[in-house]
Design a protein around this ligand. Structure first.
Ligand SMILES: CCCCCCCC/C=C\CCCCCCCC(=O)N[C@@H](COP(=O)(O)O)[C@H](O)/C=C/CCCCCCCCCCCCC
Length: 212
């Protein structure tokens, strides 16, 4: 199996590594989790490339901060928020001199993490008759869609129609038979939910949930 092969287990491991004992979220592992998900999306075909390009560009912005001269402030989401707010590095109400701050970039991924949580929970509890496209779009409408303009929502709707059926989807997750995938999803979801909630609370406390 090549290093580029997607495995659900790797997603679980990266999100597990992203939390420390103080419940801080490591940016390095958070973006590594997203990188794994991009690998998965790329394996589904070119119709998803406009989505993966957007995720990759956001991962790149955060990687640049991490490896830059202020990298030590970007080790955790908590330290990033503190540093950027204390140094006026975030456009809070309209886009200005900091259109690609770490806080606003991570917020886009954070909203997408909510979609992932809702989708994976549907997948975990799905039956043979369930359609991935329906599960995906229901999760999307309950989360990310509220933040996307009409044109993006339409393009996303088209992409959902190209999703493989449930059986193929389970195979691509590369985690064994259906029962094993369901078990691993059951293990992964609380971790993803915890990372999501910690970030949500931090952003809410600092009034960062609507960054332009
Ligand atoms: C455990 C694995 C099983 C499931 C694997 C799913 C893999 C999903 C990988 C990525 C999910 C998509 C993440 C999308 C991030 C979107 C961030 C965003 O909202 N960007 C928009 C706003 O950015 P700014 O303009 O403000 O910088 C941007 O405009 C959006 C562009 C593209 C559309 C994104 C739509 C996302 C739809 C939901 C994902 C569908 C993936 C289906 C694959 C199963």
């Amino acid at each position: 199996m090549s290093a580029d092969t997607f495995r659900l287990q790797k997603v679980l491991e990266t999100f597990r590594s992203s939390l420390n004992e103080n419940k801080e979220v490591y940016v390095k592992y958070y973006i590594a989790g997203w990188q794994e998900l991009v690998t998965f999306m790329n394996s589904l075909g070119n119709v998803f490339s406009f989505i993966s390009k957007d995720v990759v560009s956001k991962i790149q912005i955060l990687e640049n901060f991490l490896s830059g001269e202020s990298g030590s402030h970007y080790v955790t989401i908590q330290s990033m928020v503190k540093y950027e707010l204390e140094n006026d590095l975030v456009d809070l109400t309209k886009r200005g001199s900091h259109p690609e701050s770490g806080c606003r970039t991570l917020l886009r991924l954070h909203r997408a993490l909510h979609w992932l949580e809702l989708f994976l929970e549907r997948l975990r509890t799905s039956t043979e008759d369930s359609k991935t496209s329906v599960m995906c779009s229901e999760a999307y409408n309950e989360s990310l869609a509220q933040h996307h303009p009409w044109l993006i929502r339409k393009a996303v709707g088209v992409a959902f129609c190209a999703l493989p059926g449930r059986d193929t989807f389970f195979e691509v997750l590369n985690a064994g038979d259906h029962a094993q995938v369901v078990a691993l999803l059951g293990e992964s979801l609380p971790l993803i939910a915890e990372v999501y909630q910690i970030t949500e609370d931090l952003y809410a406390k600092n009034n960062l949930l609507e960054l332009p």
